[in-house]
Ligand binder design. Sequence first.
Ligand SMILES: OC[C@H]1O[C@H](O[C@H]2O[C@H](CO)[C@@H](O)[C@H](O)[C@H]2O)[C@H](O)[C@@H](O)[C@@H]1O
Length: 627
Amino acid sequence: MHTNSYYIKRVMCASVTTLTFSTKTENLIGKPYQIVNTEEEDDGDPVVNVCDSQIYCQGPILAAANLFGLYNDSKDYVDQPLKDYPNITLKSFNDTFLDPQTGLYNYTNVTLKSWIDAHFLPPGDELDNCTEILIGWTDKPEKLSSRIADPELREWAFKLHGIWKELCKKISANVANHSELHSLIPVPNEFIIPGGRFREFYYWDTYWVIKGLLASELYKTAENVILNLVSMLHKLGFVPNGGRVYYEKRSQPPFLIPMVYEYYENTGNKTFLQMVLNDLDTEFNFWQTNRSVVVNINGTDHTVYRYNTPSNVPRPESYKEDLATAKNFTSNAARKQLWRNLASTAESGLDFSTRWFKDHLTLSTIETTNIVPVDLNALLCWNMNLMEYLANEAGNTSMSAHYHYLRSNFTNTFDTIFYNQEGAWFDYHLENKAQRYCAANDTSCFYPAIAVPLFASCYRDVDLRKPEKLFLFINNTGAFNYAGGVPASLIQNSNEQWDFPNGWPTLNHMIIEGLRKSENPIAQEQAFQIARKWVLSNYRVFNATGHMWEKYDVIDPLPHPGSGGEYVVQDGFGWTNGVILDLLMHYGDRLFINDCTKDSTSSDVDASNINLILVLFMGTFVVYFKL
Ligand SMILES: OC[C@H]1O[C@H](O[C@H]2O[C@H](CO)[C@@H](O)[C@H](O)[C@H]2O)[C@H](O)[C@@H](O)[C@@H]1O
């Protein structure tokens, strides 16, 4: 018998599985006993848990529930509220299953499941609906009525607007009074959940939710949702991945400052801006202090940013998946490194994509902390720009000057590290000390991230060639040729959700907005074409399924929800609805359902190419004329 060691024995007996932990009792509480081989030498890298909870982030119950695979979706276990205090629950667990003589736990999947059912409430039990408190609610907001020309699209927009009522949740009083019984983190106001298994707010999702709420004229809700994130800054010093304790060690792409910017541009509410300005500064400083790294190029130091959480244990919401990914890893050090990379990728919001894999194919080769992502850096460049503007609007000229200084230095860094004269921006690899450049005809080359510098306007305004060159580069990859929108990569068969053939609302929106905001007519026409494909295929899937989905398969002429990754595709869906409402605000006067009643999307592509050729012609003329 191995004691004090990494050793878990599974004995199948008929349909009942017996699980025995061959580990001493003292190692079971408070230590990630199930993952660390205590016989191995200390590798000097201490275990960093995601949170202190012995129920939701570590401890024997989390491990047992996952090792037995009691849940189809691992996230269900960590979303269940407790019926009694954690220490009482833990004691009951040990009293029931732990043999004091041997120090072994003894249970079957049946006894374990029935014990869990007796001690936990169903997932999501702690949420109330908030229909009553959507201040300013009207069934048919004026913006949607006036800016959408096609009557069918307008009716659809009203339906999407109606879904805010279903996705809007409020934490029940119980959570605030007894937060130790919940993984949900209490927030002061209502919030919009993505939907399905995602029963809490998510950080970067909320940017597109806010865009949708603004189109829906739900200004007070938008304000309240932002204040929830500000309350996270007060509590944790940063905005976490999502509103549960198991997300407390990592963030998500930095969109709080852009959220406040969008809100302010729509409302002009200076009092609100002044109230949150210092918090926005705190948010920026979190990235500056905790996620920056220095890269030296030709003797000059450049500060850039990467995703890099300190936690190095399995993600509690994907515990069994992270154990499975580590199954061939033989040392503690390698496992901890892998888990830090998996969690850091979740911080990127793009969990998972071949973009982060060393071999562009296999999850276990993940190396996110080695990668300096072009999109994260572009977003922080945008944050600097927005802070300069917002601080000035709020009357804080010294803060504004500070951000002006930061951004003007950073645009040079950005150019030096990420820009390639082939016409696109690329990630940078820390160990290889090189850009992750690849030619347009290489399928591992295209990720929508390369278009984020346009979305974030992280290039000099006078540099009009950059948007055009980027457009041409992406065009050459073939990524614009799909019927339903732009895919998350061109790498096939990875079965990861942030890869081909899935297209995501967030990525399509950033590409469209980047091209639209450029002053280049070719790029702007492509923006419209992508928006048209995206809106019309979402519409068709909605009519076919009755739902909006978190992601879509963009290659099939008959569009349908996406697939792949750790969990089944979810409906709802916060950011999907926000993106459609926002695109209808921009393009509602020129989008018509009849454009897509014909089934052949390839003829749509042909038509859009003809338009592009025409605009290309005109664009050349415009550029020529400017010179
Ligand atoms: O449970 C697995 C992972 O689920 C989340 O990620 C996905 O959904 C989020 C909500 O829509 C979205 O923000 C993220 O981009 C998606 O990949 C969660 O954010 C991950 O941390 C979690 O491990």
